[in-house]
Design a protein around this ligand. Structure first.
Ligand code: HEC
Length: 259
C-alpha cells in the first residue's frame, strides 16, 4: 500500500472534506467531457465532411490539400462512355465561378450539367443504383451531393500565433490539473506504483500532444500522435480522478488512530 503510513491519507480525512474533494474532482472531469464535445464541434467540419475524422485533425494542425474528386474522375477519363464535348462542358462548369447557378441553367439546354449528369452518370450514381458497375456510394442525383465532391479542398492550419495562444491557455492548466489529481491519488489506498504508472502515461501523453501541435505543422502523420497523446492524457486523468472519488466515498476499513 502506498502512503498508508503517511500522516495524511485521504480516506481518514473528515467526511465533508472527502465529499468536497469528490465533488470537485467530478466537476473537473465533467468539464473534460464538455471540452471534449467542444473539440468535436470545433474540428469536425474542417474537411467539410460531417463527423470528426483524422482529416479534420490533420487539417487543423497541418492543413489538407486535395483535388476535387469530381474533376479528378473526369480528367482521368471516367466514365469512358462520356463524349469529349460533354466532358469539356462539365470540366468548364466545374472550373467556372458559378457552380450552383450554372448547374441547371436553362439557357444551356442539353449542355446544362444537370442534363449531362442525368443522362451519363445516374444509371450508376444514385443512392438506389443497383446495376452492374453501379456506384451508389457516390450519388450525383442532387446538387448538394455533387457539391460535396465538386471543390478541391485547401484547408489551412491555424496560424502560429493562434496555436501559441491556445497552447498558452491549455498546457499549464492541463499539466496542473494532472499534477493536483496525481498528488491526491498518491494519498489514496491505491498503490503508488500503479498511480505512478498511470500518471506517467497521462503526463507523457500530454507532452506528446502539446509538442505534436508544432510537429504536425511539418509532419502530417504526427496528427495521430496528437490524438493518441490526447486520449492517453484524458483517460489517465479520468482514471486517477475516479480513484480519488472512490477513495473519498468508500469508507476506510479502520482508522489509523484505532491501531
Ligand atoms: C457504368 C457506371 C458508371 C457511370 C455511367 C459513371 N460512373 Fe462514376 N463511378 C463508377 C464506379 C464503379 C466508380 C468507382 C470505381 C472507379 O473509380 O472507377 C465510380 C467513381 C466515380 C467517382 C470517384 C469518386 C471518388 O470518391 O473518388 C466520381 C467523381 C464519379 N464516378 C463521377 C462520375 C460522373 C460525373 C459520371 C457521369 C459523367 C459517372 N461517374 C458515370 C461507375 C459509373
Amino acid at each position: 500500500m502506498s502512503m498508508n503510513n503517511s500522516a495524511y491519507a485521504l480516506r481518514f480525512t473528515p467526511l465533508l472534506f472527502r465529499l468536497g474533494v469528490a465533488v470537485l474532482v467530478i466537476t473537473l472531469l465533467g468539464g473534460y467531457i464538455v471540452s471534449g464535445l467542444h473539440l468535436r464541434w470545433h474540428y469536425e467540419n474542417r474537411d467539410e465532411v460531417p463527423g470528426l475524422s483524422m482529416n479534420d485533425i490533420i487539417g487543423a494542425y497541418h492543413g489538407v490539400q486535395s483535388p476535387s474528386p469530381l474533376v479528378e474522375a473526369l480528367e482521368s477519363g471516367h466514365p469512358e462512355t462520356l463524349s469529349g464535348a460533354e466532358r469539356e462542358a462539365l470540366l468548364g462548369w466545374l472550373s467556372g465561378g458559378n457552380l450552383s447557378g450554372d448547374y441547371d441553367n436553362l439557357d444551356l439546354g442539353e449542355d446544362a450539367p444537370a442534363e449531362i449528369i442525368a443522362v451519363n452518370c445516374l444509371e450508376c450514381h444514385t443512392r438506389g443504383a443497383t446495376g452492374e458497375g453501379a456506384m451508389p456510394g457516390v450519388p450525383l442525383e442532387y446538387f448538394d451531393e455533387i457539391e460535396r465532391i465538386a471543390y478541391s479542398k485547401d484547408i489551412q492550419p491555424a496560424g502560429e500565433n493562434i496555436v501559441a495562444m491556445s497552447q498558452h491557455a491549455h498546457a499549464p492548466t492541463m499539466a496542473v490539473i494532472l499534477l493536483v489529481i496525481g498528488a491526491l491519488t498518491l494519498t489514496t489506498r491505491f498503490t503508488a506504483r500503479f498511480v505512478g504508472f498511470v500518471l506517467f502515461v497521462a503526463a507523457f501523453g500530454l507532452f506528446v500532444d502539446m509538442a505534436g501541435w508544432w510537429i504536425t505543422r511539418e509532419v502530417a502523420w504526427f496528427a495521430h500522435a496528437i490524438v493518441i497523446g490526447g486520449i492517453a492524457y484524458a483517460m489517465g486523468t479520468s482514471l486517477l480522478g475516479a480513484l480519488v472519488v472512490l477513495d473519498c466515498v468508500i469508507p476506510a476499513k479502520r482508522c489509523p488512530a484505532d491501531g
